[in-house]
Design a protein around this ligand. Sequence first.
Ligand code: SF4
Length: 454
Amino acid sequence: MGFTGTEKIIKRNLVRGEAVAGKQAVVTVDCLLTHDVCGPPTIGIFKREFGKNARVWDKNKVVIIPDHYIFTKDPTAARNVQVLRDFVAEQGIPNFYDVGTDRYSGVCHTTLLEKAHVLPGEILVGTDSHTTTASAIGAGAWGVGNTIGAFVMGSGYAILNTPQTMSFVFDNQFPEYVMAKDVILRVIGDIGTDGADFKVLEFAGQGPLGLSLEQRTVLGNMAIEAGGNGFVAPDYKTRAYLNEKLSAISDRERAERMLKKLKGIDFEELQSDPDASFLSRHRYDSQSIEPMVAMPHSPGKVARAMDSKTVSLKSAYLGSCTGGNTEDFLAAARLLVAAGKQVAIPLYVVPATVGVLNFLNNRKIGDRTLRQIFQDSGANMCSFDQPSCAACLGGPVDTYGRINETQPHPRISTTNRNFPGRMGKTGEIYLASPLTVIASALKGRITDPREFMS
Ligand code: SF4
């Protein structure tokens, strides 16, 4: 009997137990991620359990990225960031992307990959459920609670139940109007929000492998909305993506170290064996996937965009770790250019990271930058220069894009969760791809992007 890609990753890092689905395994962790919301309590638990003078197990493997409640006057949010600063100074942690410095980046999951802190075959643990994002580059990536995060911080080990894997094969390429968000919403709709609890969704076939790495990360990220992570076996695109990212980072010492490690990773070995044991097998024709929306208040309550045209909207939101990346903005801007008209409702735009912001300022369609295209479309630009999570997780009342009104507020958004109150108390959030969000912003109601694509 062969092994799945995820079993092989666990086997690479195994200290004790068995890297076989259903069995418990103690593994070494290659990277621990935390941020301004979960970092302070994780640090508190770490100090309580390991002692007030304890040191993190490896300062080079802890990555701290403030991103959630950053551009706010809220004193609690400011205190949280200060807790991170004090801890980083005390421990001498080099991988800290502090607010108000040249190192500030933005959304943690996007930053982690932009800065190539984790590689295929490695194990990433983060105190944030969407840590699964990195499973799309072929890493073993899991979100954990603060207590487990603190245990990893002090020991460098994690205890996992080796997960079962569900296979999702998409034959053929996706149509141009379909983005990764449509694919994952379709899957979540099919299997339900508990359909992959503590499991791995492995995406394969021409469809997912035809996607860019950025788009694949949406599959990894939102797999957790069905309870699992979203593994995509690494390929030549993964290697090219990581080489490019590592070539661009300013910390050359870390870059050289990671490049050397990357070179030594055998991607073939991380593929699931043909005789691997899968919990279930699901097969789709990529051409049959259509623009989807998830209705309030569950990512599993999905419908086709074209069947939801009667839903009127009050605003639209483009941003987050599943809609605020370079290709999301490029696709959105192209649609705005093709439509040649202004948005009909307020459109909030938030780049995920400083890297994405630079892309918006420099990448052109015709003679206009993407930034200009959004400005010309009438989008509310207030947060263009403040890459962060912004209103994706609601945040303090002065958070950009937060829904603060008392009346029900239907909004279409590229974010990944639409639970009650997620973007503000009265928000009724419809999740969709950047293309569907823009098409809907242009009409003021849910709209299939094909209406603007010839
Ligand atoms: S953008 Fe949203 S989902 Fe992503 S890390 Fe921030 S709050 Fe979480």
